[in-house]
Design a protein around this ligand. Structure first.
Ligand SMILES: NC(=O)c1ccc[n+]([C@@H]2O[C@H](COP(=O)([O-])OP(=O)(O)OC[C@H]3O[C@@H](n4cnc5c(N)ncnc54)[C@H](OP(=O)(O)O)[C@@H]3O)[C@@H](O)[C@H]2O)c1
Length: 253
């Protein structure tokens, strides 16, 4: 029986591949056999990642992407699909966080988070969906957060954006099943990256870790299995699912 997690011959695109989770996802998708388009704004970081993937025998394609710019999104998805010969899975991972007291959030800060994390994820999904529909299907993995499922101080805009991503995932899954496009959401708990390093390493991090039943933050390697599940045929009967990877944090009352 063939391995359903095998991505040999498949084409993947990772939005927000220049650091953190996205960088890890690109390396793991390549290791699983996929040709990988790596997309973000910081081109030097993408070039360094491309060299790393190529050195292990993979096929990377760095692509400029700003998810807040609709033209950039369309161009990135099309150049990935044309450059690598298809588009089987898209990891919709670009995101930012602003920590502001809710009483002080400005229009500008609110809009920036929603435009990147929610509208940006929709732009990537729509551009991917158009290509995948033409190709007869594909897998879209939207990276949300456990902040989509519960609240935390100072994160009103982020939590709102991620809750939007989760329910957008369900709506797209229902609408696009007829095209063979599966849409699932991955909700990580806390994983140390540029987005949260200062918080997790500080005194706030000591308080946060006590709320996690496993009493530790996640390791990037612990996202690999869930990511490959949702990106591959191993999840062929899963669509509209929300997969939580958080050491039990969301389950704890
Ligand atoms: N770390 C965690 O604990 C955690 C938990 C739950 C969910 N998440 C989610 O995981 C995703 C990745 O976050 P991370 O922790 O890996 O943080 P990160 O290291 O800061 O990575 C964020 C990525 O998003 C990209 N990005 C941001 N704005 C963009 C834009 N306008 N256009 C294109 N790309 C953009 C960045 O690339 P450029 O700056 O080069 O464009 C970067 O590659 C985010 O959606 C985040 O909300 C993270």
């Amino acid at each position: 029986m063939s391995n359903p997690f095998d991505l040999a011959g498949k084409v993947a695109l990772v939005a927000g591949a220049s650091s953190g989770l996205g960088r890890h996802f690109a390396l793991e998708l390549s290791r699983a056999g996929a040709k990988v388009a790596i997309a973000a704004r910081r081109q030097a970081a993408l070039e360094a990642l491309a060299a790393e993937i190529a050195a292990t025998g993979g096929t990377p394609l760095p692509v400029a992407l700003d998810v807040t710019d609709p033209g950039s999104v369309t161009a990135a998805l099309e150049s990935a699909s044309e450059g690598l010969g298809g588009l089987d899975c898209v990891i919709n991972n670009a995101g930012i966080a602003m920590t502001d007291k809710a009483l002080d959030i400005t229009e500008e800060s609110w809009s920036k988070v929603i435009d990147t994390n929610l509208s940006g994820v929709f732009r990537v999904a729509q551009a991917a969906g158009r290509i995948m529909k033409e190709n007869g299907g594909g897998a879209l993995v939207n990276i949300a957060s456990i902040m989509a499922l519960g609240g935390a101080s100072l994160l009103a805009s982020y939590a709102a954006s991620k809750a939007g991503v989760v329910n957008m995932t369900r709506a797209l899954a229902v609408e696009w099943a007829r095209y063979g496009i599966r849409v699932n959401a991955l909700c990580p708990g806390y994983f140390e990256t540029d987005i949260n390093r200062r918080t997790l390493k500080g005194s706030a991090g000591e308080v946060m870790v006590k709320k996690i039943p496993q009493r530790r933050f996640g390791r990037l390697s612990e996202l690999t299995g869930p990511l490959l599940l949702l990106a591959s045929d191993a999840s062929s009967h899963m669509t509209g699912s929300v997969v939580v990877v958080d050491g039990g944090q969301h389950a704890a009352i």
